[in-house]
Design a protein around this ligand. Structure first.
Ligand SMILES: Cc1ncc(CN)c(N)n1
Length: 241
């Protein structure tokens, strides 16, 4: 008797997720924030706003990764996400040093989450806590992959900025994400998401694509809002009056 042969799916599910964000990624490449960052013409106060928001983002992202680790199917996978959570704390030390140094304009405004930052972190935490593991892993992947992808192109554009002053805040930012070490981490994260897709139901695999698209949208909005702020409709002052 012939044993039924399972069809082999030669397309990686992460490739499908990547393809679903093609036009979104083209929009990201054209974002004024990233173009100006690459050319070194981005206003420093816009970069400061971005770094302040990103510091808040990293706190939420660390929680989302820790939740994801707790839901991972095996110990090795849990350790990868938990190590990534610890690395996000290290990543935040770049932000601390940029904000406490003299390269960025000082600010004494009390920083609160922008709507985009709160939306993104809340989405990641809620998804990590409540969605099936494959969907939660897919939602976190753009945080790795989009950054590595953008950094490669930005490193080319920012070549002059880096050559002029490797300690320039934009040069430090670009070289953090344009590194072989980061690309290896991204590739390991991708492999885990593909593995999760192989164990997922068809409905979950569709939901993985949706989650990847939503998180990629937030990545685009996050950069854009630093140059084109979308503040809360009512300020903190107005609320307390
Ligand atoms: C918004 C955002 N997305 C991703 C990363 C890269 N960990 C980040 N620092 N900030």
């Amino acid at each position: 008797m012939n044993t039924p042969v399972q069809p082999v799916d030669s397309v990686r599910h992460t490739d499908r997720m990547w393809d679903a964000t093609e036009s979104l990624r083209a929009d990201i490449d054209r974002l004024e924030f990233l173009e100006q960052l690459g050319h070194g013409t981005l206003p420093l106060d816009a970069f400061r706003f971005y770094i302040e928001q990103d510091r808040l983002y990293l706190a939420g992202y660390t929680k989302a990764l820790s939740l994801l680790a707790s839901r991972a199917p095996d110990a090795t996978t849990a350790a990868f996400w938990a190590t990534s959570a610890a690395s996000a704390v290290d990543e935040a030390s770049l932000h601390e040093s940029l904000l406490s140094g003299s390269a960025l304009p000082p600010s004494d405004v009390q920083v609160e989450h922008s709507p985009t930052c709160l939306g993104y972190t809340s989405y990641l935490i809620a998804t990590a806590a409540t969605e099936p593991y494959p969907v939660a892993a897919a939602a976190i992947l753009p945080c790795f992959w989009i950054y590595a992808d953008v950094a490669v192109r930005l490193a080319g554009a920012a070549h002059d900025v880096v050559a002029r002053d490797p300690e320039h805040p934009y040069a430090r930012w670009v070289s953090t994400y344009d590194s072989e070490e980061f690309r290896e981490i991204v590739s390991a994260a991708r492999a885990l998401v593909d593995e999760a897709a192989n164990q997922a139901t068809d409905a979950q695999r569709d939901a993985m694509i949706d989650a990847f698209v939503v998180a990629t949208r937030y990545e685009a909005m996050f950069w854009d809002t630093a140059l084109h702020p979308t503040p809360w409709p009512h300020s903190r002052m107005a609320v307390s009056q």
